[in-house]
Design a protein around this ligand. Sequence first.
Ligand SMILES: Cc1cc2nc3c(=O)[nH]c(=O)nc-3n(C[C@H](O)[C@H](O)[C@H](O)COP(=O)(O)OP(=O)(O)OC[C@H]3O[C@@H](n4cnc5c(N)ncnc54)[C@H](O)[C@@H]3O)c2cc1C
Length: 246
Amino acid sequence: MAPMPPKEISLPFVKKEHVAADAYEFFFDRRAVNFDFSAGQYIRMFLDIPQPDERGITRLFSLTTAPQEKRYLSITTRIMQSMFKKTLASLQPGAFVRFFGPMGRFMLEETDTRPRIFIAGGIGVTPFRSMLRYAIMAQLTTPIMLFASYKSVEDGIYYQEFSSFMKEHSWFRYIPTITQPKQSDNHWDGLTGRLTQTMLLKNIPNFKQSVYYIAGPMNMVDSQIDMLAAMGIPPEQIKKEKFTGY
Ligand SMILES: Cc1cc2nc3c(=O)[nH]c(=O)nc-3n(C[C@H](O)[C@H](O)[C@H](O)COP(=O)(O)OP(=O)(O)OC[C@H]3O[C@@H](n4cnc5c(N)ncnc54)[C@H](O)[C@@H]3O)c2cc1C
């Protein structure tokens, strides 16, 4: 599908919800604005920051709601140290926020029925969250497997939601791994360590015929591309979204 042309919109902030350790989902009311996007695309957000730091007043965020969800547009991010994130965290309900988008080509090819393997590093689950909600609402049944690596159990962004999706939809499998289990307060008896070739080979029945989507911080995306290349996956079977800034 051809991407929608981007445009500028302004939406009122409604609420934020805690989704993992330092990560929050921010909801904006989209009912008064005509705005289309494809699951997996991102948007540029502008904030009014009277005294911005050197990182400035704008950031890119993947959209985390599905296109069919007409009430809210949401983005999910980790609240860390920049002035931008502090301003975002202190938004009051009703405050209007400016956006430009949608952008990007990290989208589902619906006519492609090959199994899809999603690989996310931490916050990189955001475009996949939109794609999965889209696929569920559109009643798509092409197999999807999501490998997500999180630092700790508490960092498991959308862990509960993805686990529920797996129970409810036989075409979906969720395989989280915790890279620093000793830094977790909660018990974990699932996979640990970074995602390895062995983990992929053990879980993907037809790995050479699958299409790979990788999202997350730059270093993580690059290392996963190298790993897939070493497994003989050609570049045209790999889509990537690098979250610069982390
Ligand atoms: C296509 C695309 C999609 C993206 N989607 C998402 C998304 O869905 N969710 C998301 O969270 N991000 C996403 N990003 C990244 C996002 O745009 C920001 O770059 C990122 O969230 C970091 O934000 P920040 O600069 O406010 O830093 P922070 O989140 O505050 O911190 C991030 C890192 O930068 C360091 N840092 C922060 N401020 C400073 C400073 N002043 N000086 C030195 N170091 C500093 C911190 O120590 C930390 O290591 C995406 C990026 C792209 C390109």
